[in-house]
Design a binder for this molecule. Structure first.
Ligand code: ZN
Length: 308
């Protein structure tokens, strides 16, 4: 799950960038890669430079971000039929590589690059072919539920446009995973409550959806840091008074007083270091909280049962 965690961190900071209005453009370009299964050279799309405005794109309602709002970033090999999301493409052990090669040879006839290319944004059959192969591959690899809690949302985002009924079947699967606490998020409680609201809304459970969406609004990720700050201030006061007590109490050895003083200074320095960063952490959490709240309000304003 390392790739996903790194991705989450990248998303987190990129969202902060957009909220700080530090925007730049996004460009993509073609690149050559060796297929990790059959080792043929294939052409894939790569991000050449990224910009933070992408976090305000439509895919934010599934908490899915660039490049996975573009089906071309499900990389696919036309020769062996291996398809995988770009960030996981090369993540195969030699055992998995050999097993996949045998498995795919029973499921895929070698094709040419033109057969799998997505010629237009609405080239539904080519898009579905990539998703179907990626689902097949990831089921074969027995990816864990945290992966599926993320990948389902990629599928939901794309199927909203090309097959809304299919999007709903993935939404049902996603609700089940979210209820089990699956999926990696920087703000897990708020993100899961929002997504449970959004997907219940999609499948027509309007009352339950509103309950989850209001619950998501109530989750205040900022107060946790403020509470931590208060705890550190109390700890510093306790340190000060216990230090005072150590020096005024009669009968203690000087050596013990000195050792305790050194320990107290070290703890105080650590607390002060953490406290120095707290205003910045609070600022970042407030940005994120507002970002999520805007998404939640957008969904609360939608009429019931609307899937877009
Ligand atoms: Zn291949």
């Amino acid at each position: 799950m390392r790739a996903e965690k790194n991705l989450n961190t990248l998303i987190y900071f990129a969202i902060i960038c957009i909220l700080a209005k530090e925007c730049c453009g996004v460009t993509v370009g073609e690149d050559k890669r060796s297929c990790p299964v059959c080792e043929e050279q294939i052409t894939v799309l790569e991000i050449a430079s990224s910009g933070s405005y992408i976090y305000n794109r439509e895919s934010k309602y599934d908490l899915i971000y660039c490049p996975y709002d573009d089906p071309e970033f499900i990389w696919m090999c036309p020769y062996c039929g291996y398809a995988q999301v770009a960030g996981y493409f090369a993540d195969l052990s030699s055992v998995e590589k050999n097993e996949l090669k045998d498995f795919l040879s029973t499921k895929w006839e070698p094709a040419s690059p033109n057969d799998i290319s997505i010629e237009a944004p609405n080239d539904i059959s080519a898009i579905e072919m990539r998703f179907d192969q990626a689902i097949l591959v990831n089921k074969f690899l027995e990816k864990d539920e945290d992966f599926w809690a993320w990948f389902n949302r990629v599928l939901i985002f794309h199927y909203r446009k090309i097959d809304p009924d299919k999007a709903k079947t993935f939404a049902v699967d996603e609700i089940e995973l979210l209820q089990k606490g699956k999926g990696k998020f920087d703000d897990p409680e708020k993100s899961r409550a929002y997504l449970l609201g959004e997907y219940n809304r999609m499948i027509g459970n309007s009352e339950l959806a509103r309950k989850h969406l209001y619950q998501a609004l109530k989750v205040d990720t900022v107060s946790e840091i403020k509470h931590a700050n208060t705890a550190l201030i109390i700890l510093n006061f306790m340190l000060f008074f216990s230090l005072l007590f150590t020096w005024i109490k009669k009968g203690l050895k000087k050596k013990n007083r000195v050792i305790y003083t050194i320990v107290a200074i070290i703890v105080f320095a650590c607390c002060s270091f953490i406290q120095y960063w707290i205003p910045e952490l609070v600022r970042q959490k407030e940005y994120m909280n507002n970002y999520y709240n805007e998404i939640i309000y957008d969904r609360l304003r939608l009429p019931d049962r609307q899937s877009e």
